[in-house]
Each structure stands twice: as C-alpha cells, then as structure tokens.
Design a protein around this ligand. Structure first.
Ligand code: S3P
Length: 159
C-alpha cells in the first residue's frame, strides 16, 4: 500500500482542517475515520453515542482503523487512543500528533456539540486531556505544539 499519514490528537486540535489542506498540497487523498464510522453506522457520531453507547462507537472506530485499506492522510478521532490495539497499530505507522495547549483546545471545543463535550464538565474534559497525553505520545512519530494550523501546513508541505 502506498503512503499513509495518520493525524492524531485531542478533540479540537484541527486534524480535519489540517488534513484536508495538507492532502491537497501533497496531492494525496484525505480520509476521516469519524466520517467513515457515520457512513458504516448510517448514524451521526452523536447519535451513535446516544443510541448505541460509547463501546459500540469504539468498536466500529477500531475496526475501521485496523482494516481500512486506503492511502493518503487519515484523520482520527480524539479517542482513537482509548484502545490498546489502536495504539499498537499506530506505533507502526507514520503519525503526526497535533498537541497545542489546553487553553487553545478548550476555546475550540467548549461550545461544540461533540458527545463527550456535552456529557462532561470542563474539569472532566481537562482530566481526559491529561490522561490521553501519554497515550498520544506513545504512538507519535512527530509532535507539533504550534496551534497555528496554517503555519503547520506550510511546514509540513515542505517536509
Ligand atoms: C472523540 C472525538 C471525536 C469523535 C467522538 C469521540 C473523543 O473526534 O471521534 O466524538 O473521544 O475524543 P474529533 O477528535 O475529531 O473531535
């Protein structure tokens, strides 16, 4: 299979925004695991959480990650690191971790309609972000803490 680059990181870091633009610059396809989950389940991410629960969502997410036979830039959901087998898989791949500060993430997600955001207080979200940090680090090849996505795009386009 030809090139696969996985974008990972917490909700709101800009994986989809950057991924779409980077794919155009590098002349690669762009794929988004959340969109593929919605296609497979014929439900929105929010409805899967609401009607089927998080475990079902994680099962579909993992099946797609481990078996999706495609190339290009692949944007993952922030919870992709919730399952150990996903981490083990990502360790063997080319991965880019978008890791801006909590303040930036907070400002981008607090008013969003993501199921995990609707369900949790700000403090709980902060704890989740802290817990996941080491998991992202485990499977990361390149980490970026810069929150300016257009600057990152320029940087990555030249690599
Ligand atoms: C999730 C992140 C979401 C989506 C789902 C669960 C998470 O994706 O997969 O709502 O557990 O962090 P984004 O990171 O693209 O928001």
């Amino acid at each position: 299979m030809s090139k696969q680059i996985f974008l990972i990181g917490f909700m709101g870091v800009g994986k989809t925004y950057l991924g779409e633009k980077l794919a155009v610059k590098l002349n690669l396809d762009f794929h988004d695991i959340d969109r593929e989950i919605e296609k497979k389940a014929k439900l929105s991410v929010n409805d899967i959480f609401k009607l089927k629960g998080e475990k079902t969502f994680r099962d579909i997410e993992s099946k797609i990650l481990l078996n999706w036979n495609i190339s290009g830039i692949i944007s993952t959901g922030g919870g992709i690191v919730e399952l150990k087998e996903n981490i083990e898989f990502l360790k063997t791949k080319q991965t880019i971790w978008l890791n801006p500060s909590w303040q930036i993430i907070r400002s981008r997600i607090l008013n969003s309609y993501r199921p995990l955001v609707l369900d949790r207080s700000e403090e709980e979200l902060f704890k989740l972000w802290e817990q996941r940090e080491e998991l992202y680090r485990e499977c990361t090849e390149i980490e970026f803490t810069n929150s300016n996505l257009d600057e990152l795009l320029e940087l990555l386009s030249d690599m």
